[in-house]
Design a protein around this ligand. Structure first.
Ligand SMILES: *Cc1c(COP(=O)(O)O)cnc(C)c1O
Length: 739
């Protein structure tokens, strides 16, 4: 497969730009720009206000910026040099052939790439086709695959409106609304044939033919193809199939999964891409295995059962959900209405078809499970942390009655984050100074991270304080705007300028507001909390952010309770903040600016979690229930206390949820009162710093950074899943990132 740098859309943009700025068009159409500062600031400097307004979308910015401003920049020799340097860097990056993957796994080639299927991708806030953790993981996977040179492409859906947007009204109640994505103003290219006609594939859905067109987004060296049914020649109902991410009912859900799975495989064929491996990231895409089988049957004339094994050789599966109710399951009726025309093409009867998605063979009237289908049709399956692997083996043991639990074929690869996306520039700069110039290419190397100890305390601290101020500034702006939009009185609007204090211990809590994440835990004992927040010498403050699913009334109620509580005391109004409309941008400000990242899931319901990992790269410290990745990250010193963060509730577990809440809240209060707050405010009068705190920050960075990053994670996928058998030596994992 050839990676084209010039797309038609970028060509059009290029024509508009003055000569020295022309390279910007090409860079704007490749999200490679979003993983370092110099490139981001290249766009920001064009017009900082417009940059914010366009949600950091360089294509829209360049389309709408005035010709006068462009000429001004084109006449600025410094700016011209910067454009030239970044453009050269870009071309070198795209052309690198000697990559980590080419050395260790030459058997995976661009002619037969790994194809990564996912219902959502979190690449950047300007491409809002994500809702949360699953999307972030997928986006970070593509970025590290690009940096490591893994021949991989992505397949997803291009949503007209994406996930819902969130407003919080004057009563603290979440209001949902939707915004149209205007594809022509986004860094997308519609795939067309030589005559300029969109390439389409067809599916039969609800007895109608639906045409799907394909958009391409470039993420470094990785192409992401996004399927879209919003075409004039489709029935108006079908045009909305790719309208919303996780909206609608079971009916829309299955239809979308048919588009992603079956449509995805047909799109690959239309694009001339033959996958070596289909990686199903979560069960949503599992129908793709059936289509792979159907095509193989067509080619070879064999039966479904005869090709099953060869399909399995080519498909791999990652599961993300530790709760049975979180796995997509479709009723026999629903399957019938979507697949009665399809099972004959597999040579199967209805009963045989249903059996492929039934947990127990011989129980054909059980509903059709997407995870079951994936487990049955894939060569390997993995959870996303060690604990989640274990929970998954227990949950799916029923499918493997002849084996002991430990032999259920589900392993684990622990999640990570794309360090270059999530680390603040101020800290990257510090790491360049103390870890060595090429640190950015060696982030999976634990030896290298030990050098964090050499960073002078004051150097780390002042940078961290600046980042905290940045978070506070962002919070004030966002709250002020929200108050203005609600038409609040001017005094209350201006009061937003007094929210949060950079000298106060700052906690962040940002995640979906669903009950199991227990956003309410810090309100378990309101008196005790109030004492912590309002302590005159050693107060704390907290920023909450996150959306509750539109159908989740309980989640919305948790959000509202936090808001109401923050409004009960004038002191809390500036110290307990609920930030609306959590997205990747707010996420970056939060994970880069907090002192402590709080995570309180009901164990073991957090499969992995990744936001806490982002915090580590920025010197923040985790205080979390020992669930998901934190079971593997948390380390204690000789005194039995945490040396890189804190563990809530330690190992006390009960199935009585109220009791568990009580135990965990008590543990959280005790940690805050006896360890976290005293350590933070234990300031050396000579230096003005808490050296104990900074030691903990360094512990957080150096122990977690080499493990919980996507370079290590993608390398693990290569060695254990894509090209099994390769020996992985963490110190030799090298990303090719040019700086
Ligand atoms: C990292 C991130 C998530 C996922 O965080 P979890 O810890 O898995 O809940 C969700 N949303 C945004 C915007 C993020 O940046």
């Amino acid at each position: 497969m050839v990676i084209k740098n010039y797309t038609k859309a970028s060509q059009q943009l290029r024509e508009k730009l003055p000569l020295p700025l022309k390279p910007l068009a090409e860079i704007a159409y490749n999200y490679w720009w979003c993983w370092t500062t110099e490139r981001i600031s290249l766009f920001r400097n064009i017009d900082p206000d417009a940059w914010q307004q366009w949600n950091h979308n360089p294509v829209a910015l360049l389309q709408f910026v005035s010709l006068e401003r462009l000429s001004q920049l084109a006449n600025d020799p410094d700016y011209m040099k910067r454009v030239k340097a970044v453009s050269e860097q870009f071309h070198r990056y795209m052309a690198i052939e000697d990559t980590w993957a080419s050395r260790v796994a030459p058997q995976i080639t661009h002619d037969r790439p790994v194809v990564y299927f996912c219902a959502e991708f979190g690449i950047h806030e300007s491409l809002p086709i994500y809702s949360g953790g699953l999307g972030m993981l997928a986006g970070d996977h593509l970025k590290s695959a690009s940096d490591l040179g893994v021949p991989l492409i992505g397949i997803g859906l291009m949503y007209r409106q994406g996930y819902f947007r969130q407003r919080i009204n004057g009563h603290g109640w979440q209001e949902d609304y939707y915004v149209d994505n205007i594809f022509e103003q986004m860094p997308l290219e519609l795939i067309t044939d030589a005559d300029g006609k969109p390439i389409t594939v067809e599916l039969e859905i609800r007895n109608r033919v639906v045409k799907i067109q394909i958009w391409r987004v470039q993420v470094g060296r990785v192409a992401l193809y996004l399927l879209d049914t919003d075409r004039h020649d489709n029935d108006p109902l079908d045009r909305w199939l790719t309208g919303h991410l996780y909206g609608g009912n079971q009916d829309t859900r299955i239809a979308q999964e048919v588009v992603l799975g079956i449509g995805g495989v047909r799109a690959l064929e239309a694009l001339g891409i033959t996958p070596a491996i289909c990686h199903l990231n979560e069960g949503h895409a599992a129908f793709c295995t059936l289509e792979v089988a159907r095509m193989e049957m067509q080619r070879t004339g064999k039966s479904f059962y005869d090709v099953e094994q060869s399909v399995r050789e080519r498909c791999v599966f990652t599961t993300h959900t530790p709760v049975p109710a979180g796995h997509d399951v479709f009723s026999g009726d629903l399957i019938e209405s979507y697949f009665s025309h399809y099972w004959p093409t597999l040579g199967l009867t209805q009963e045989q078809f249903m059996a492929v998605g039934a947990r127990r063979l011989g129980d054909p009237w059980e509903p059709f499970g997407m995870t079951v289908l994936a487990l049955r049709m894939c060569r390997t399956a993995n959870g996303v942390s060690a604990l989640h692997g274990e929970v998954s083996r227990k949950m799916w043991h029923i499918m493997y009655p002849d084996r002991p639990m430990e032999e259920v074929p589900i392993g684990h690869i622990t999640n990570g984050v794309h360090q270059r996306t999530w680390t603040a520039p101020l800290l990257s700069d510090l790491y360049s100074q103390y870890l060595g110039e090429d640190w950015i290419n060696r982030i999976a190397d634990p030896q290298m991270w030990n050098k964090v100890d050499e960073i002078p305390d004051e150097e780390l601290w002042w940078r961290h304080q600046l980042l905290k101020e940045r978070l506070i500034a962002h919070t004030r702006t966002k709250i002020k705007r929200a108050r203005q939009q609600r038409g609040e009185n001017p005094q209350w609007v201006d009061a937003a300028d007094r929210i949060l204090d950079p000298n106060v211990l700052t906690i962040g809590f940002a995640r979906r507001f669903s009950t199991y994440k227990r956003g309410y835990l810090l309100m378990h004992d309101l008196e005790r909390s109030l004492r912590l927040f309002s302590n005159p010498e050693r107060p704390i403050q907290i920023v909450f952010a996150g959306k509750a699913h539109p159908a989740d009334e309980q989640g919305k109620r948790i959000l509202q309770r936090i808001y109401e509580w923050s409004q009960q005391h004038s002191l809390l109004q500036n110290r307990v903040i609920v930030l609306p409309d959590y997205d990747m941008y707010t996420g970056r400000k939060l994970v880069q600016g907090v002192d402590v990242w709080l995570n309180t899931p009901r164990r073991p319901l957090e499969a992995s979690g990744t936001s806490g990992q982002k915090v580590c790269f920025n010197g923040g410290i985790n205080c979390s229930v020992l669930d998901g990745w934190w079971c593997e990250g948390y380390q204690t010193g000789p005194d039995g206390k945490g040396m890189n963060g804190w563990a809530i509730g330690e190992d006390a577990h009960t199935s009585d949820q109220e009791m568990q809440d009580k135990i965990d809240a008590e543990s959280l209060y005790r940690l805050l009162e006896e360890e976290i707050v005293p350590l933070y405010y234990d300031i050396d009068p000579n230096t003005g710093l808490s050296h104990g705190w900074i030691k903990m920050m360094k512990g957080s960075i150096k122990t977690n950074a080499p493990l919980f990053n996507t370079d290590r994670m993608v390398a693990d996928y290569v060695a254990k899943v894509y090209a099994p058998g390769i020996q992985l030596d963490v110190e030799s994992i090298r990303a090719s990132v040019l700086v």
